[in-house]
Design a protein around this ligand. Structure first.
Ligand code: IMP
Length: 422
């Protein structure tokens, strides 16, 4: 039987999905990205060097593991080849890298549009990563996107020049510099040739892998709160980083998926704008940021920090059908002395312990209801659940009690090895 394990973020990204992926990578034959693009980022230590991945699944570093960029991903070729250059320097075998024919390509005009569209939102900016992700997905939905396979078509140059011409009309209207079509065409013809050895029909490849009983890990990007349909719209990314996006972004069927790992932190963090009910805009938030090193891997922005929100977490577990829960940074919570867990929201005279659409647009009026626990413990690097002090166990049990499923992974330090697996 093949095994397909999916690793998903349950909050707003940056939950430490990489640690769970690294744990599962040992016996994976294939590691797969299905959604998003280089708005994601995670750092992996390899041969004593820190390697930051934005696009290529980190499983590429494991001998005998194929790395697949699925059809739901949007690819900036410049970033792709920067990562490939690093991997070449580290002598990583790249014959195992496969890129879907159907993935969409990010062009320089998408990055400019990302900045322009943010400006046009005036006071309602999303705080995007300005990597062109949203505009690329917009073109996909508008059926003017260019897929990997389209770059090998005879009318690629014609379509690209048409797109640049139309985008330039928009840039001119808003006082932006127009793009030079010749330069873009030249660069992308080069990227197209360089990409060729990696390009394949990854949907058929994955189906064949299933038939051959292979183990696949889907390395999720972003997270449930940023999901375009089920997250805090409009303060979201432009794809579906929830379980549905794994299927549409890969061609795997729902029956193929065997395990769904949901990852969150013992506290919460967010980059970019948008609601954050348990945010601590005070010295507690600052302390969490410093203790947890909460600065963006992609944009280096300081992350907004606050308490764990069990209402949102329960909703995320439900949406994704999470079978196994992973909680990172329990060691960080242990340095705070006391910590709060949000178990409900008060809105006027109503109390919500389950997520409800009643709260949409009223986030600033929500009053979180907290349960406070003592969290003064040093668990750095512990690997055995039974060695945890009682207060650390109580914290985990409080989460389990509210969510209704067991916590299997507990992060106890920054390294991939600092983990308790129950
Ligand atoms: P975009 O994905 O660049 O369009 O940004 C939309 C929102 O998603 C912004 O708030 C970003 O900060 C956030 N975002 C996108 N990717 C990630 C990620 O990998 N981790 C955390 N936040 C992300």
């Amino acid at each position: 039987m093949s095994k397909v394990s999916v690793v998903l973020g349950l909050n707003y990204g940056d939950e430490g999905k990489g640690k769970v992926s690294a744990y599962l990578a040992g016996d994976a034959d294939i590691s797969l990205r299905c959604t998003g693009g280089n708005n994601a980022g995670h750092t992996v230590e390899f041969d004593g060097e820190k390697v930051v991945f934005h696009l290529i699944p980190s499983g590429i570093l494991n001998k005998g593991c194929d790395a697949v960029i699925g059809n739901g991903v949007v690819i900036d070729p410049k970033v792709l080849f920067e990562e490939i250059d690093v991997l070449n320097r580290l002598k990583v075998d790249l014959t195992h890298l496969h890129i879907s024919t159907r993935a969409h390509i990010i062009f320089p005009y998408h990055i400019i549009e990302d900045r322009l569209f943010e400006e046009l939102k005036e006071d309602d900016k999303v705080g995007t990563t300005i990597r062109g992700i949203g505009p690329c997905y917009m073109d996909k939905a508008n059926r003017i996107g260019i897929r990997v396979i389209d770059m090998y078509s005879t009318n690629f140059e014609k379509v690209l020049r048409r797109n640049i011409k139309n985008k330039n009309k928009i840039f001119k209207l808003f006082g932006y510099d127009e793009l030079d079509a010749d330069t873009i065409v030249k660069d992308y013809l080069k990227y197209r040739d360089l990409m060729k050895p990696y390009v394949m029909d990854t949907v058929s490849y994955l189906h064949e892998a299933l038939d051959n009983n292979k183990n696949i890990i889907c390395e999720g990007a972003q997270a449930t709160g940023l999901d375009m349909d089920l997250g805090d719209y409009p303060m979201v990314t432009s794809s579906n980083p929830t379980i549905g996006g794994i299927q549409t972004g890969s061609g795997l069927g729902c029956k193929d998926i065997t395990d769904i790992y949901g990852v969150c932190k013992a506290y919460a963090s967010r980059v970019g704008e948008g609601p954050f009910v348990t945010e601590q805009l005070n010295e507690v938030g600052d302390k969490i940021r410093e203790l947890g090193h909460e600065y963006g891997a992609t944009t280096k922005r300081p992350r907004r920090c606050g308490w764990i929100d069990l209402v949102a977490l329960k909703y995320a577990v439900r949406i994704n059908g999470v079978t196994t829960l992973a909680i990172n940074h329990l060691d960080t919570i242990g340095k705070l002395g006391k910590a709060k867990l949000c178990v409900g929201y008060r809105l006027g005279d109503k109390v919500y312990t389950e997520y409800s659409d009643d709260i949409i647009g009223k986030y600033d009026k929500l009053e979180p209801i907290y349960k406070e626990l003592d969290t003064d413990f040093d668990i750095a690097g512990l690997k055995n659940y039974n060695d945890l002090p009682n207060d650390a166990k109580k914290y985990i049990e409080a989460i389990e009690e509210h969510i209704g499923i067991k916590v299997k992974f507990i992060g106890t330090g920054p390294d991939n090895e600092d983990v308790i697996v129950r």
